[in-house]
Design a protein around this ligand. Structure first.
Ligand SMILES: [Zn+2]
Length: 384
């Protein structure tokens, strides 16, 4: 078994060790050391990254209690090597994972629920517990978890004997066999876990629940700890103050201000629809009757309005109605609706698609599509 330096010193970011073996593996070398500070991954936490004598490791993993360091360079057995961990990643991971232990312990001690799923994502962590909770209960747990952080309680790692384990109460996601590694937070928690942890709860800094939802009969809690939680709060803050500047609001009233702005927008949309309905009726009444194609360029708030307008026009004239609605700012692409009361717009549609790089089609009574042409080009097609 490789001696795990992080069991007694999780802050050892550099270490020296003897090379026990160096085995060629595919295009690289599998290095086994007598001791290592590299965490090989597990319990929801990624393996550490870093270097051996300055050479970046490709992978670190564990098999049969031995930590394997995959290196592009060989190292001679018997020689000493210097290991260097990617410090920021490791400290960040410990802040997140140790914070999860504290939050789980509080939820367990307070409400008797168990952690049935844990995921450390790059943006946030999720914790699944087998109990249904509302905001009040979760925020109470969050406050208590942060009290545990402030108390700066020590984390310790131990490997109890089988006999000791029988009498020991500890949290575990599954039935364990063989050597069990116990992570203890003084006065707070005992949990089976293989990962490196902070030395004291104070290092976690902050435990912040971001949101929660019902999940598989229980609750999924999204949360972050330490510097990542701080960065997330800063992002929220920038968003809220950004909205407040736009809406002349204060943070306490941001939601109400957004609701008010949305209500105003919806009211304006309704007014526009009502005004358009009156307008298309007036325009349709004034449109020329007859059998020449009636070519119109208009913009409408929605598709239904455009088709209603076309229907009003076709009802009162013999010739085809050709409506063009701009599709881009430059007005070089138009959506078209061609319609006729009696007869067919199919031949016109085909001819227009060819002349105006268009595509689309439909029935005898109505065809729809797009034309890649300017208003002038479209008008020229109809006056030729
Ligand atoms: Zn753990």
């Amino acid at each position: 078994m490789t001696e795990r330096i992080y069991d007694y010193d999780s802050h050892a970011m550099t270490f020296s060790a003897h090379v026990l073996s160096c085995t060629p593996k595919e295009d690289a070398f599998d290095i086994v050391l007598d001791r290592s500070a590299f965490f090989p991954g597990g319990g929801g936490q990624d393996a550490d990254t870093g270097t051996l004598d300055g050479t970046p490791l490709l992978e670190v993993f564990e098999a049969d209690e031995i930590i394997h360091h995959i290196s592009p360079q060989p190292f001679e057995p018997g020689h000493m090597v210097e290991g260097q961990l990617d410090q920021e990643t490791r400290l960040g991971n410990m802040q997140q994972h140790s914070g999860e232990h504290v939050l789980c312990a509080v939820l367990h001690n307070r409400y008797g629920v168990d952690n049935v799923g844990f995921h450390m994502g790059s943006k946030e962590m999720t914790l699944d517990v087998n109990g249904v909770f509302g905001a009040e209960e979760l925020y109470a747990a969050e406050e208590e978890a942060n009290r545990v952080v402030r108390a700066d309680l020590p984390f310790t790692i131990s490997y109890p004997t089988a006999a000791e384990l029988k009498t020991l109460e500890y949290r575990s996601k599954k039935e364990l066999t063989g050597t069990v590694r116990i992570v203890t937070i003084e006065e707070t928690d005992r949990c089976a876990c293989c990962a490196p942890h902070v030395m004291h709860t104070g290092e976690i800094g902050l435990i912040k629940i971001l949101r929660f939802e019902r999940y598989k009969g229980g609750t999924r809690v999204y949360f972050l700890c330490g510097l990542k939680a701080l960065a997330m709060m800063r992002m929220y803050q920038e968003q809220v103050y950004g909205i407040d500047t736009l809406l002349s609001a204060v943070p306490e009233d941001t939601l109400a201000a957004v609701e008010k702005a949305l209500a105003q927008t919806n009211a304006l949309k309704e007014q526009r629809v009502a005004a358009e309905r009156r307008l298309i009726q007036v325009l349709a009444d004034q449109a020329p009757t007859g059998s020449d194609p009636l070519v119109l360029f208009e913009d409408f708030s929605d598709e239904i309005m455009a088709r209603t307008y076309v229907n009003l026009l076709t009802a009162r004239r013999d010739g085809p109605v050709c409506l063009f609605i701009p599709r881009n700012e430059e007005k070089t692409v138009f959506r078209y609706i061609l319609a006729i009361r009696d007869g067919s717009v199919r031949p016109l549609c085909k001819e227009m698609n060819t002349a105006l790089s268009g595509r689309g089609g439909g029935s005898d009574a109505m065809a729809q599509g797009t034309a890649n042409a300017t208003e002038n080009e479209i008008r020229a097609f109809f006056t030729k």
